[in-house]
Design a protein around this ligand. Structure first.
Ligand code: GUN
Length: 286
């Protein structure tokens, strides 16, 4: 297929998802007298995290969700973060809690995630949410994997029976997206830094989810003709421009469908966070 890939327009799909939330947000606010709310915690000065959090809060504002911004200095202790989480757990205006990762190295990340009330776990990172996802019980689904599935479905392809290869095994993307693909009856392989022959695994993929965090590490020649390529990576090249984990220009020649970077998965993460916040408000504040 010469240069045949169709582009999966994550930006447009994310906007549609956000627009669909607007009436639900307005109805909730009219019924309760206050809107769905997201508590946001940003610890330290990571510039990428600051941008992500700003985008999430702007998107909240656009659909009418209240966001409550809490910035803690890089010197904050685990006890400081835990105290803030406790406060948000008890705040009736807050239906979802976003603890932006990564945290400074001295903070006990898993302990912090565990201290979030699972009923407010809009990011789906609490072990209770991860466990529910693993056994197929209803739960908060992590935003980036949930967004990947919306993008996959937007192609109209039947996922059942497809060979899906996930590159990356993080708790945020790789593991949960593999669970979601499995739930849709794909045959799933998870690859990582110790995988012996990554190219050979990728060549088998009808669906490729790249979530490695290494600029253009997946060569275009590895992509199976007609494959659906979802690129979760957002990397900065030496010249300052953004690129994904997949060598886009070359991959586009082989793939059937491909997400761009930027404008693919990134906007979906934001839209799914809003969706989870509204779902949480509807489920737990009645
Ligand atoms: N860091 C990178 N992605 C995410 C995300 O989806 N949520 C949070 N909280 N932190 C992140």
């Amino acid at each position: 297929m010469a240069d045949g890939a169709k582009i999966i327009d994550g930006k447009a799909i994310a906007l549609e998802c956000q627009e669909r939330l607007r009436p639900a947000v307005a109805a909730f606010a009219a019924r309760k007298g206050y809107p769905p709310g997201l508590g946001v915690i940003l610890v330290g000065e990571n510039p990428a995290s600051a941008v992500y959090v700003k985008n999430k809060e702007l998107a909240c504002k656009k659909v009418g969700i209240a966001s409550f911004h809490h910035a803690l200095p890089a010197t904050a202790s685990s006890a400081d973060v835990a105290a803030l989480i406790r406060k948000l757990n008890e705040d009736r205006r807050v239906h979802g809690i976003l603890l932006q990762l990564p945290l400074p190295a001295h903070i006990a990340e898993q302990e912090m995630l565990r201290s979030i009330n699972p009923a407010k776990d809009a990011d789906g990172f609490h072990p209770v949410s991860a466990g529910n996802l693993a056994v197929g019980a209803p739960t908060y689904v992590p935003c980036t994997p949930k967004g990947c599935m919306v993008l996959l479905r937007s192609t109209g392809s039947a996922i059942a029976g497809m060979r899906a290869v996930v590159v990356g095994r993080s708790n945020i993307v790789g593991k949960p997206v593999a669970q979601l693909l499995l739930a849709e009856h794909a045959t799933v392989t998870i690859c990582h830094s110790k995988t012996r022959d990554l190219a050979a695994e990728v060549r088998n993929a009808d669906i490729l989810i790249a979530a490695i965090g290494k600029p253009e590490m997946i060569a275009g020649a590895w992509i199976k003709p007609g494959a659906i390529v979802i690129d979760v990576g957002i990397n900065r090249r030496a010249d300052g421009t953004l690129c994904g984990d997949v060598a886009f220009a070359d991959a586009k020649r082989n793939a059937g469908w491909i997400t761009p970077v930027p404008g693919g998965v990134g906007p979906m993460t934001v839209a799914m966070l809003l969706e989870n916040t509204v779902e949480g408000a509807q489920r737990y504040d009645e």
